[in-house]
Design a protein around this ligand. Structure first.
Ligand SMILES: Cc1cc2nc3c(=O)[nH]c(=O)nc-3n(C[C@H](O)[C@H](O)[C@H](O)COP(=O)(O)OP(=O)(O)OC[C@H]3O[C@@H](n4cnc5c(N)ncnc54)[C@H](O)[C@@H]3O)c2cc1C
Length: 512
């Protein structure tokens, strides 16, 4: 693999210099920028404006124990661990939950207004696998509200420059030390140097065929990290959300129907209108996401329709309209009235638990390089994320990164000139990406080894596709998706190998 996506010579490019560069303007990027001390000069680069992010799309809300009289942090910790099948990093989980309220209060200080009842108490929502109502929300457009507030605060800060039409191609590094980025703006390559660089590039959903994710989610940060030999972790931990609108007319308007709707009593029915979850799990429709998604996939194999249904018809007439106005409007747009009609749904790729490995201060394996938000792998989620814990992860660990950078002040910005020539320029064929993402999706849906073997062969056979020059953003994103899929494949292949070896050892042991 080439170290950089394109050839360049920094002596010939426009250069700028900052204390901190943040790649990405979702909740991870913006919150970290705001919690950094204002004596630091900060550059935020995003490839699209802030309303084109997964953060902006977040519906259900953000989990936090707000009242110790009715809830307890230990319960939130247990729910998080249980949902992650106890594969979570315990230390990181403890930090996530114990530092939650402090950061929620910081969000509130920035101007975030979560819904309250008439007595002024927070209206806490219920979501899957939580043992308690603890989801702070703002209607069903929590992410949009938080992002509106954070972006307004950013624009008031003199120390922060925000470029929302810049595409970062790669991080610059030498001797395992990051010292800036190579970016493209108005079709012109530029270099920005920094003491500290933070990857906040979000998810990878677009690398799989059907997803709830915003189009920005092409795994660029993963690709950058991989090319710079930065350590990745848990890449094969993908989460499918059980209830995504599956338009029978195949418009591909796959909008999410928040778990909070099931938290208020909605149920999942098969094509014969029989409950899928009633007898399958003690928490029924509010079982952890992986369990509900698998139950739906299993049912889809035995029924004729390509989708199942979400039944919200028990709600009183105006309830959905007022509590879930976005979802209501989207359903109505498709000619379905959630008060009367069953809503066709299907599980789709939603969240990536894995990513760039980081420690408890968000530091990656490369000096002066941090990662935050969905592109980072803190280990808090384990194999399966608990609902509404990801916005929380972004703010808690974003704050820790800011504190860590503040504690390491006084560094010299190292400006190094680099000249690099790509030996094997590339182009990723859209069809190649489509085929491999389709196979990867099919594999994760069915976990069939035959599909996995086919994917292996296809990846090998198509390596030569990656060698025709192109500098278009879509092609660079395709290549990052290709890198992401390959990394997922390799992690999954390893996991399968370990599983098989475990079985073999078990048989030998048992024979003894
Ligand atoms: C529909 C939906 C609903 C959700 N609901 C909830 C919820 O209720 N609660 C919850 O906790 N979680 C929810 N999630 C998950 C959560 O929203 C995300 O995990 C979280 O917002 C990710 O934030 P982020 O800052 O890491 O990434 P994002 O918000 O996706 O931002 C990524 C940023 O990186 C930039 N970027 C990427 N590549 C480049 C590049 N090469 N150059 C420059 N910029 C780049 C993008 O432009 C963007 O600004 C939901 C997710 C979806 C998709």
């Amino acid at each position: 693999m080439e170290r950089f996506l394109v050839s360049f010579d920094t002596t010939k490019l426009e250069k700028t210099c900052y204390d901190v560069i943040i790649i990405g303007a979702g909740i991870g990027g913006l919150y970290t920028a705001l919690t950094l001390p204002d004596y630091l000069s900060v550059l935020i680069v995003s490839k699209e404006p802030f309303d084109h992010t997964n953060s902006y799309k977040a519906q259900g809300g953000i989990a936090c124990v707000m009242d110790d009289m009715i809830d307890h942090v230990d319960k939130h910790i247990v729910d998080t661990m249980k949902c992650g099948h106890y594969t979570n990093n315990v230390e990181a989980v403890n930090i996530l939950i114990t530092e939650a309220r402090k950061n929620i209060n910081q969000l509130i200080d920035f101007g975030v207004n979560f819904d309250k009842d008439n007595s002024g108490k927070y209206r806490l929502g219920m979501e899957g696998a939580h043992s308690q109502k603890r989801i702070l929300h703002r209607g069903d457009t929590t992410g949009a509200h938080i992002m509106d507030v954070l972006s307004s605060r950013i624009r008031e800060r003199d120390n922060i420059t925000w470029t929302d039409d810049g595409y970062v191609l790669d991080i610059l590094s030498q001797d395992n030390q990051c010292f800036g980025i190579l970016m493209k703006r108005n079709n012109i390559l530029q270099v920005a140097y920094s003491n500290h660089t933070i990857l906040a590039t979000g998810g990878i959903g677009r690398a799989l065929n059907f997803t709830t994710n915003d189009p920005v989610s092409t795994g660029d940060g993963i690709g950058m990290a991989l090319r710079a030999s930065v350590q990745l972790g848990d890449m094969n931990y993908l989460q499918y959300h059980p209830t995504v609108f599956a338009d029978p007319l195949k418009t591909r308007d796959n909008f999410l129907i928040s778990e909070a709707v099931r938290g208020e009593g909605a149920t999942i029915l098969d094509e014969n209108h029989v409950s899928i979850m009633a007898d399958l799990h003690p928490q029924k429709d509010l079982a952890p996401r992986d369990i509900v998604a698998k139950a739906i996939f299993d049912r889809l194999k035995t029924q004729e329709h390509e989708y199942v249904y979400l039944d919200m018809t028990h709600f009183t007439n105006t309830y959905i309209e007022t509590r879930f106005p976005y979802i209501y409007e989207k359903c109505m747009k498709h000619g379905l009235n959630p008060n009367e009609d069953l809503i066709p749904i299907m599980p789709m790729m939603h969240y990536h638990m894995g990513g760039v490995s980081v420690d408890l201060n968000g530091q990656t394996s490369m000096n002066h390089l941090y990662a935050v938000g969905e592109c980072a792998n803190t280990g808090v989620h384990g194999k399966n994320r608990l609902a509404s814990n990801s916005l929380l992860e972004a703010i808690v660990f974003g704050n820790r990164i800011a504190k860590h950078i503040d504690a390491n002040k006084g560094l010299e910005i190292c400006e190094k000139d680099i000249c690099y020539t790509v030996n094997k320029p590339f182009k990723t064929e859209m069809d190649t990406i489509y085929q491999i993402s389709h196979m990867l999706n099919q594999y994760f849906v069915t976990k069939r080894r035959t599909i996995f073997k086919r994917l292996k062969k296809y990846l090998k056979d198509h390596e030569q596709f990656i060698n025709v020059p192109s500098k278009k953003r879509a092609n660079l994103e395709n290549y990052n998706m290709y890198c992401t899929i390959k990394a997922i494949y390799e992690f999954e292949a390893n996991a399968i190998k370990e599983e098989l070896e475990g079985e073999k050892n078990y048989v030998i042991k048992a024979a003894n």
